[in-house]
Design a protein around this ligand. Structure first.
Ligand code: BTN
Length: 339
């Protein structure tokens, strides 16, 4: 891709680092001479050396030997475009373009800036940590190093009334990938939080723009508490939130997890656009993984508190809550409160 957009960090430097890393990745197990790298990317030996040092600071392990050159020994678990390229494979959709940051305010906010700069469908913004991660309803999202934080730009020709399907489908995509990676019994709390042993391990924040009846674009932000040690959670969160490692998973590869999620999202969204069937296509799977159905719930909705028994969900994601009077109340959006 020719870079159609600018970013808040120095991306020309980052791009050079990516190119050096790509060259090293394409010569795995072999030395590549400094001259070869200089000639391939058109910079001086001093500049190459600076990029090698910068990569080492990010955790890329490189052996540099006089007269032989540089050999890649190992790569860190970071969603650097060069590393993701090797993992996303032939996926031409989500994750084809990745913008990586060491630290950023919020990947959703950066995605909104990139949308203004014409970021294409499928662009992923990701960061090692967020300094102002956004949760639903104006909450702050705890986003230290170790977690998986990303936002996807979607430009899909779907009616705006189906926009809620994007988050519901994303929760299913993320759940599938986490279950494959960990074997853990991850459940979905309506509408789209993922829970492990009753506490939250993933949240999704979708921000949507309409153009009349059609979706203009959506930014779907996903936060997964993957490799965050239990002791790192602030005390006010630890009753409600946990991480995969805190629940006993061995450290997982954020790179592989992200690549798997991108493929799952791509599959579900393509199917939705082609067949017009969105959430309905995964309704049974969603119900089987639900932490909400069949439970007494208290839901904070834009219209106020709804309490009762979570009886069912329909093909558009509307939850039906049976009140004390036996009547079913349809709930379109809200937050199921933790007990
Ligand atoms: C929630 O409240 O459950 C939604 C949390 C969404 C967090 C993710 S992390 C990546 C993306 N960037 C943000 O600022 N928020 C979302």
């Amino acid at each position: 891709m020719t870079e159609p957009f600018e970013t808040s960090t120095d991306h020309s430097e980052l791009d050079m680092r990516q190119k050096v890393l790509e060259i090293l990745l394409s010569h795995q197990g072999e030395y590549v001479s400094g001259t070869t790298i200089c000639e391939s990317i058109g910079v001086s030996r001093t500049a190459v050396w600076k990029h090698i040092k910068a990569l080492e600071n990010l955790g890329v392990s490189i052996e540099s030997v006089t007269r032989l050159g540089h050999k890649l020994l190992s790569i860190p678990d970071l969603l650097l475009p060069a590393i993701m390229k090797a993992n996303v494979g032939s996926n031409q959709g989500i994750g084809k373009y990745i913008l990586w940051h060491e630290a950023i305010d919020s990947t959703n906010m950066e995605a909104a800036r990139q949308v203004k700069n014409a970021a294409p469908h499928g662009t992923v913004i990701t960061a090692m940590r967020q300094l102002g991660g956004k949760g639903r309803r104006g909450r702050v999202w705890f986003s230290p190093n170790g977690g998986l934080w990303f936002s996807v730009v979607l430009r899909l020709p779907i009616p705006i009334r189906h926009a809620a399907d994007l988050t519901l489908l994303t929760s299913v995509a993320v759940r599938r990938a986490i279950v494959r990676a960990t074997g853990q019994n991850v459940l979905i709390k309506w509408p789209n939080d993922l829970l492990l042993n009753g506490r939250k391990i993933c949240g999704i924040l979708a921000e949507i723009r309409a153009d009349g009846e059609l979706l203009q674009h959506a930014i779907v932000g996903v936060g997964i508490n993957s490799n965050i040690p239990a002791a790192d959670f602030p005390s006010e969160l630890s009753d409600y939130a946990t991480s995969l490692v805190a629940e006993g998973s061995p450290p997982i590869s954020n790179v592989k997890l992200a690549a798997d999620i991108f493929l799952e999202m791509e599959t579900l969204f393509t199917q939705m656009v082609e067949s017009g069937i969105g959430f309905a296509s995964v309704l049974v799977e969603w119900k089987n993984a639900s932490a909400t159905l069949g439970k007494s719930v208290r839901i904070m909705t834009p219209q106020g508190l709804v309490t009762g028994f979570a009886e069912d969900i329909d093909a558009s994601g509307i939850l039906y809550v049976k009140g004390d009077d036996g009547r079913l109340a349809p709930v379109h959006s809200g937050d199921v409160l933790f007990e």
